[in-house]
Ligand binder design. Structure first.
Ligand code: PEP
Length: 256
């Protein structure tokens, strides 16, 4: 049985007071909630504050981050390393997000290097994949996802997916309010799992596959009712404690 993982990607949003209110709100909302791993990825500057607030709240939240470098130290201006992330208790690290692929020209091969370096450092990659609207309309979704996953499998081996999280995020659904239907998402998730199972059934069985793209409290349950949807990567709705907690509670209820 895979324990669902619901993760909030705060992107470039935050201030000291916003981080404090949001984490304190989540600490209260998640009191007594079990059966789901709830993670947050604040902007890097607030990871220190987040670590302290999570501890004060009794460690109900898992700390994550939105990026990593592929070096642990040295002359790499502006970067942040797995060792630094670990120093602040961050474990779940988002890589391959479509915004980084697009705005920072991150290639499949570069993302695979990040994946490998996170694993080498004992961190959990939250590895985002997904197709553009044009690729979706051309019927290329499964092929795009397979290509993105194969970049990691070719670089790191199939066993590297043990303990990792894959986030299937159709790009056209991110931040648009135009979510994939639960049936379509399930079909793609099943194809992703089958693609991995062709190399290792055991790895495929345990790998967490989150759906991401306009997940809200109103549609969350429909995704979690599907057998291959093991949680969600949430952008906009993760900035509101009640909404994000409602999504996490829906995952816990559906998978219990
Ligand atoms: C995301 O950025 O990963 C995301 C899924 O955003 P949203 O939930 O706002 O669509």
């Amino acid at each position: 049985m895979r324990q669902p993982v619901v993760m909030g990607n705060w992107k470039l949003n935050g201030s000291k007071s916003m981080v404090t209110d949001l984490i304190n709100g989540l600490n209260a909302e998640l009191e007594g909630v079990t059966g789901v791993d709830v993670a947050i990825a604040p902007p890097a500057l607030y990871i220190d504050l987040a670590e302290r607030l999570i501890k004060e709240g009794g460690n109900k939240l898992i700390l994550g981050a939105q990026n990593t470098d592929i070096n642990n130290s040295g002359a790499f201006t502006g970067d942040m390393s797995p060792e630094m992330l670990k120093d602040f208790g961050a474990t779940h690290i988002i890589i391959g997000h479509s915004e980084r692929r697009e705005y920072h020209n991150e290639s499949d091969e570069f993302i695979a290097k990040k994946f490998a370096f996170l694993k080498e450092n004992g961190l959990k990659p939250v590895f985002c994949i997904g197709e553009s609207e044009a690729q979706n309309e051309a019927g290329e979704t499964e092929a795009v996802c397979a290509r993105q996953i194969d970049a990691v499998i070719n670089a790191c081996g199939i066993d590297a997916l043990n303990g990792a999280i894959i986030a299937y995020e159709p790009i056209w659904a991110i931040g648009t309010g135009k979510a994939a239907t639960a049936d379509d998402a399930q079909r793609i998730h099943a194809s992703i799992r089958a693609h991995i199972a062709a190399k290792s059934a055991a790895v495929a069985e345990q790998v967490i596959i989150q759906y991401g793209g306009s997940v809200k409290p109103e549609n969350a349950e429909s995704y979690f009712a599907k057998p291959d949807i093991d949680g969600a990567l949430v952008g906009g709705a993760s900035l509101d404690a009640k909404s994000f907690a409602a999504i996490a509670k829906a995952a816990a209820a559906a998978k219990s």
